[in-house]
Every structure is written in structure tokens, then in C-alpha cells.
Design a protein around this ligand. Structure first.
Ligand code: NAP
Length: 388
């Protein structure tokens, strides 16, 4: 992280409202899950955002977060959330922006109802990712994709609300390594093989009897997501504010492995230009972009770290690089079939999920897109939405 400002955050509602002045008030949907807990952890001392609402399933609703949530991250549950009562993931919530880590099957309706009620929605779920008017945002790569939001708001009748998504966890990690190569040299083909951590499946996720002493060569929906999302992310906004996919094919095979956190992707890439391995290494390690220029709080100084050791990256050693927001590339070599091969690793619940969504929020804030309605206005809009 570039800097870190620590605030004392009291637990009472009135005090929270007072403390939140100047900071964007955040509601977390799916707050008790693996990604939701990361949101809580990463936002506990955030200088620009303060958590003012938590929502989860009816199993948790009405209970204090400290009781509803079994904390599964290293370190203690932040004190400020313990007494906050978990609510239903429906508007109105007392917040300016909604960060969603709901399961995809329920995310679509819930997120749409928040956008319609005037809330910016920043989602981890896959429901809206491939929609033609929804940015699939990685701030280093495609901040210009936010240009489609005007069209989204107008055509969907969202008013002040909108939906921005972050990609699938493995896709984010791979795309961060591909972006500098595509920008500098052009990419013609990508072949990727993942080794994905069990936390990527949420909690309780994959049964231990399936994954201990084993590798599972099937993660439902993961391969098509990597193949299609990568092309949208690295594509551009063309005519009439529509997305044009990057013009190369991606082939992906995905595997679940017996690792707690950290997704690894073995990548082979064919480039449009003949370039030396030194040029490839330099393009990766020198990569910096909009979040670094804007000095966004969660932006790592180096989005891509290149390691020379023959046995890196490794999940335990490298997943927390850059506070979990950098990806680490190693095993960079010329390839006998395509042009180059490398292994890239990143933290799936930080850079692949909660940290990615928070960085998206920081970019939206820097672009002046988080000045939503007041809570009173949202309550009125939500009532209108329910009546309709
Ligand atoms: P998880 O651990 O299973 O958590 C799911 C959360 O959603 C919990 O807070 C749960 O609340 C809530 N929920 C479940 N059913 C609900 C319902 N019917 N109504 C309201 N809330 C409900 O899952 P996760 O790993 O955090 O993943 C959350 C989302 O992020 C998914 O869409 C996933 O695909 C995406 N994602 C995950 C990762 C990752 O690495 N894990 C990475 C990228 C994207 P209760 O505790 O009350 O049941």
C-alpha cells in the first residue's frame, strides 16, 4: 500500500454517521462470506471509505455481525463491525455505495434493485460481467471502459445508480500479466492452466475429502469465464460506446488444488512482434498505470512483480506481495510452441476479489462517480421501486 491512515472507528450508529463525514459510506452485501470478510478487513482502516451497512442471507439477518459471522481470516474480526446488525441485501441501506459479494444466482436481482434505487454497485459476482453496457474493470488496464456508464444509466433507467463489476479471480491475476504485453507488443494467442486455491470456492466450499491428496480438474464455469472475460478486459470501447473484444483467442484449463489462498496460472503467449526476453521482462516489471498515477490507496506500487528465482512464485511465499494487490510472475522463458511462457500468482480474495472491488471504488471516487444521493433520497427512490 502507498500509505495508510488509521482512524478510530466507534461502534454506535450515530457515532458512525459522525465519523463517516468526509468518507464514502459503504454497504457490503454478502458480508459474512469469504469475500465479505476480506471487505471488512481491508476497509477497517481505509482513509476514504467507512463501512456503515452489512447484509447477508436470512440466516444472518437481524443478528450482530459478531454473532452471525464466523471469522475465518488470520487476525481478529475488526471491533467496529461486531455490533453492527446484519440486514437484508435490499435497498434502502444506510450507505453511499454498495460492494457486493453475493452468490451469482441471487446477485443479479439484488444488485439491479440497488442500482435502480440510485446506488453505485461494485460487484464481485459474475451476473453482469459480460453485459454490453457493464464495465469489467481492472483500473490498471481499462479505466476508459467506465465511459459506457452513461449509456448504462440511460438505457437501464438507473438514474444516479450504476453497476461496475470486477472479473473472475483467476482472470484478474492473468490479465494483469497480459496487459503490459498486449499494450507493448500485441498478443495473438494465450494458453492458460490454473491451479486455484480452495478459498476461491467460498465457505465451506470444496469438501476436504474431495481436495485433500487430490487435484480437481473441474471448476464450474471457470474456463469459459477466463476465455471470454480476458478478451473483454483487454478490449476497447468502440463505436456507440460498445465493447470490442481484444482480437486474440484464449484457451484455459482450470484446476482446484489443495492450497488455502492464492491462484496460480501457467501461461503461454504468442506475441504479434518478435521481442527479446529482456523486453518482455522489462514490460512486465515496469508496468504502472492509472491507479499508480492517481496514487489510489489500495494501488500497489508494482502491479506485476517479476522474480528470477527458479522456484517462484509460490502461494505461501508470494500471495501477499504488495499487500495482496500485486501479482508475481516467475518461470519466464521462451516457449517451444508459442513465444513465451511464465507462471503468474495472485491472492484470490484480495487482488482477485475484495481488494479489486475496493480499488474499483477508489477509481470511481477519483473520477467523481461516487457522489450518490443522500440516504433520504435513496429511501424515497427505493419506496418508488417497490411500488412499481
Ligand atoms: P461465500 O463464502 O459462500 O459467501 C456468500 C455470502 O453471500 C455470505 O455472506 C452469505 O450469507 C451470502 N448469501 C448466501 N446466500 C444468500 C441469499 N440467498 N441472500 C442473501 N445473502 C446470501 O462466497 P464468497 O467466496 O465470499 O463469494 C461471494 C461472491 O464473490 C460469489 O459471487 C463469488 O463467485 C465471487 N467471487 C469469489 C472469489 C473468491 O476467491 N472466493 C473471487 C472472486 C469472486 P450467510 O453467511 O448469511 O449465508
Amino acid at each position: 500500500m502507498r500509505y495508510s491512515i488509521h482512524f478510530m472507528i466507534p461502534t454506535g450508529g450515530a457515532a458512525l454517521n459522525k465519523m463517516s463525514s468526509g468518507r464514502v459510506r459503504v454497504g457490503i452485501l454478502g458480508a459474512t462470506g469469504m469475500v465479505g470478510q476480506r471487505f471488512v478487513q481491508l476497509l477497517a482502516n481505509h482513509p476514504g471509505f467507512v463501512v456503515t451497512a452489512l447484509a447477508a442471507s436470512d440466516r444472518s439477518q437481524g443478528k450482530p455481525y459478531g454473532e452471525a459471522c464466523t471469522w475465518r481470516l488470520v487476525g481478529d474480526m475488526p471491533a467496529f463491525v461486531k455490533s453492527m446488525v446484519v440486514q437484508s441485501p435490499q435497498p434502502p441501506l444506510d450507505c453511499d455505495v454498495v460492494l457486493s459479494s453475493l452468490p451469482s444466482d441471487i446477485a443479479r436481482a439484488a444488485e439491479e434493485s440497488f442500482a435502480r434505487a440510485g446506488y453505485p454497485v461494485i460487484s464481485n459476482a459474475s451476473s453482469f460481467r459480460m453485459d454490453a453496457d457493464v464495465p469489467l474493470l481492472i483500473p490498471e488496464i481499462n479505466s476508459d471502459h467506465l465511459d459506457v456508464l452513461a449509456r448504462q444509466r440511460k438505457e437501464r433507467g438507473f438514474g444516479d445508480g450504476y453497476i461496475v463489476t470486477n472479473p473472475n479471480c483467476s482472470t484478474i491475476i492473468m490479465a494483469l500479466a497480459l496487459a503490459p504485453l498486449h499494450t507493448r507488443f500485441g498478443i495473438e494467442a494465450v494458453v492458460a492452466t490454473t491451479l486455484q486455491a480452495v478459498s476461491g470456492a467460498g465457505y465451506p466450499g470444496v469438501p476436504s475429502l474431495d481436495v485433500v491428496d487430490n487435484v480437481l480438474p473441474f471448476i464450474d464455469g471457470e474456463e469459459p469465464k477466463m476465455e471470454s472475460e480476458t478478451r473483454k478486459i483487454l478490449g476497447r470501447v468502440g463505436h456507440n460506446n460498445g465493447f470490442e473484444n481484444a482480437p486474440f483467442a484464449v484457451s484455459a484449463q482450470c484446476h482446484r488444488v489443495n492450497v488455502a489462498d492464492g491462484h496460480m496460472v501457467a501461461v503461454r503467449v504468442k506475441l504479434a512482434k518478435r521481442v527479446s526476453i529482456e523486453e518482455v521482462r522489462e514490460a512486465l516489471s515496469a508496468y504502472q498505470s492509472v491507479p499508480q498515477e492517481l496514487r489510489l490507496h489500495s494501488a500497489p506500487e508494482h502491479p506485476v512483480i517479476v522474480r528470477a528465482e527458479k522456484d517462484r512464485p509460490q502461494p505461501r511465499m508470494d500471495r501477499d506481495a504488495g499487500g495482496g494487490m500485486s501479482v508475481t510472475v516467475g518461470r519466464l522463458f521462451p516457449d517451444n510452441v508459442l513465444d513465451y511462457r511464465f507462471v503468474v500468482l495472485g491472492h484470490n480474495t484480495i487482488r482477485g476479489a475484495a481488494g479489486a472491488a475496493i480499488l474499483n471504488g477508489e477509481l470511481l471516487q477519483a473520477r467523481g462517480l461516487l457522489a450518490g444521493k443522500t440516504a433520504q433520497e435513496k429511501t424515497a427512490t427505493s419506496a418508488e421501486v417497490r411500488v412499481r
